[in-house]
Design a binder for this molecule. Sequence first.
Ligand code: NDP
Ligand code: 8X3
Length: 250
Amino acid sequence: MSKTIFITGATSGFGKASASIFAEKGHRLIITGRRKDRLEILSKTLQEKYDVEVTTLCFDVRKNEEVIAAVSSLSNKKIDVLINNAGLASGLNKIQDGLLDDWEKMIDTNIKGLLYVSKAIMPLMIKEKSGHIINIGSTAGKESYEKGNVYCATKHAVDALSKSMRIDLLGKGIKVSQICPGAAETEFSEVRLHGDTEKAKQIYKGYEPMSAKDVASIIYYVTTLPKNLCINDLIVTSISQASSHYINRT
Ligand code: NDP
Ligand code: 8X3
């Protein structure tokens, strides 16, 4: 049965790869992000390739008024799956050298943005007595690592919020899953390193990280379980990684 999938951060990485998989499987999409040009290109490509309905909503998850306006603008407000994926790391410094601007960006996007989008969409799911919220956490939400400080803290918050959502929404017919990927090569490190592409490539040197498509296949997988089952929490890494601290580099 065709579902409506609302994806935050669909202009790149996991969100974009998820949009492709769900479109390939014949689902309706609502793809969102700040880069309008990318949303429009992706929408056109997916509609042409898979003949599915794609709606684009261009907004910044950090701005609650933009989130509310975007969700209110939807003509069909039945959302089956919300993928809270938009997020970023900004900066890779020891905490004593951290920049306030980086900290605020991460807290506002990864925690407050996820809350704003969820707050706009949860009532729609509650009304339908069904839905699936998938929060993209991280191995950084399970353990802290050197220079990860505020990013790790925001992903620990996603971990706590995922558990809280599942508890508070119990009995409402809504599944809440958290997926915690380890290292995957997307634009993530380029963003974290403020656009230094060469340094970003070094992060993935000497081992095989996951691809965006790998993670998207896991996101899709958790939506394929029977109605009575919910994957609560799932950690996924490439075979080269055992934890945030152990990567088998050659
Ligand atoms: P990318 O940088 O490739 O994609 C990030 C996406 O988030 C983009 O589509 C971007 O869209 C969107 N985004 C960022 N800030 C905002 C904002 N303020 N408002 C709306 N959208 C925003 O990274 P990934 O795909 O790797 O990351 C996706 C998620 O996965 C993040 O939450 C990240 O923390 C998490 N993660 C990543 C891992 C990795 O190793 N890559 C591992 C574990 C978790 P736009 O700029 O157009 O707004
Ligand atoms: C992204 C993975 O290891 O860079 O969440 O924190 S890591």
